[in-house]
Design a binder for this molecule. Structure first.
Ligand code: GZL
Length: 324
């Protein structure tokens, strides 16, 4: 019996070493006065990203962080390289918003192998490969499936036509918000047979690409009367394209979106957008709170879920002053 346990332990050890991952636990974080914190941002191509990065810089002042913040300019490969650099600089803890679910797995594994606890923020990685509580401590973020479902629910409740012809503008291909906002919306809208999604294409969460894609899809589907955008930047771009084509967003096209940016709330107030489901970028304070709890030895759930509000004409004006 004893020999089998020793052999079993040795095999487990070998397996762990072969994946470069020693042990099933995430690395500890000792309690100390100041921490060297890594924040490997993916890009700064929209107000949401800029607000998130500012949230981490602002929190560094109040959470006793020596913050090392990088920007991968939209490249998953560079984001992995940025994490490598932070590991070499000896960070105590890593906060990572993985641009895409699969390419950022190596960064998660390398941080663990270096004994650095990682918290994924705002996006997650492929759950079939990297798991909370084993490869990273936790995912701090929204329920993107729920966000998509709530956008669909608003459309079902507020669309007055007999036939909804939908164009869907998807977020960054391979990212967890794009995957799940699509799943949540598409599954929910399928419960109402008035609606048909006639086209679904990525605009990479970017305003200008959203505008360009909308222009193209409008040529192919002039009968479109609903646009579902995975984020407000693409929704605003779509509104620009529709108005350039002589359409009247909010009158002959219903726009539903996600994020809650200032421009989106203004578009709702102006009657051009119907709804935007909040997806907060302000992760700094939550990151500080969860990291301190982890250092104190508290149990951290694998998903620290951020709760989202819904903004419509009924409340947009009440919240625009706090928007980014
Ligand atoms: C959501 C975040 C998304 C935003 C977009 O947590 O990953 O990325 O919805 C941003 O605006 O580009």
């Amino acid at each position: 019996m004893k020999r089998r346990i020793i052999l079993g332990t040795a095999l487990t050890g070998l397996m762990a070493l072969s994946t470069g991952i020693a042990g099933a636990e995430t690395p500890p974080l000792e309690q100390k006065d100041r921490y060297k914190v890594g924040f490997a941002q993916m890009e700064s191509n929209n107000p949401w990203r800029i607000a998130e990065t500012k949230s981490f810089h602002d929190t560094a002042k109040t959470c006793n962080w020596d913050l090392i913040a990088t920007d991968a300019a939209g490249s998953a490969a560079k984001q992995v390289a940025d994490v490598d650099s932070m590991i070499a600089q000896g960070i105590d803890v890593l906060f990572l918003p993985p641009r895409e679910e699969k390419p950022l797995i190596p960064a998660v594994m390398k941080a663990k192998a270096a004994g650095i606890p990682t918290f994924l923020v705002d996006r997650s990685v492929d759950p079939n490969v990297a798991k909370p509580g084993e490869h990273f401590v936790a995912f701090l973020g929204s329920d993107f499936i729920d966000q998509g479902e709530r956008a669909a629910d608003w459309l079902i409740a507020n669309f007055e036509g007999d036939k909804g012809v939908i164009v869907e503008l998807e977020g960054t291909t391979g990212s967890s918000p794009a995957n799940d906002r699509k799943k949540g919306f598409d599954d929910q809208i399928a419960t109402d047979d008035r609606f048909e999604i006639v086209a679904s294409q990525t605009g990479d969460f970017a305003r200008d690409m959203g505008r360009q894609v909308m222009e193209t899809l409008l040529q192919a589907h002039p009968e479109v009367n609903v646009v579902y955008a995975h984020n407000d930047e693409m929704a605003i771009g779509a509104i620009q394209a529709l108005e350039l084509a002589g359409r009247k967003p909010g009158e002959d096209v219903t726009i539903v979106s996600i994020d809650g940016t200032r421009d989106a709330l203004q578009a709702i107030i102006d009657g051009k957008m119907g709804v935007t489901v909040e997806s907060s970028p302000f992760f700094g304070p939550l990151a500080c709170e969860v990291m301190q709890k982890y250092a104190a030895g508290e149990e951290i759930p694998g998903w620290v879920q951020v709760k989202d509000r819904v903004f419509t004409v009924d409340n947009a004006a009440d919240h625009i002053d706090e928007a980014y």
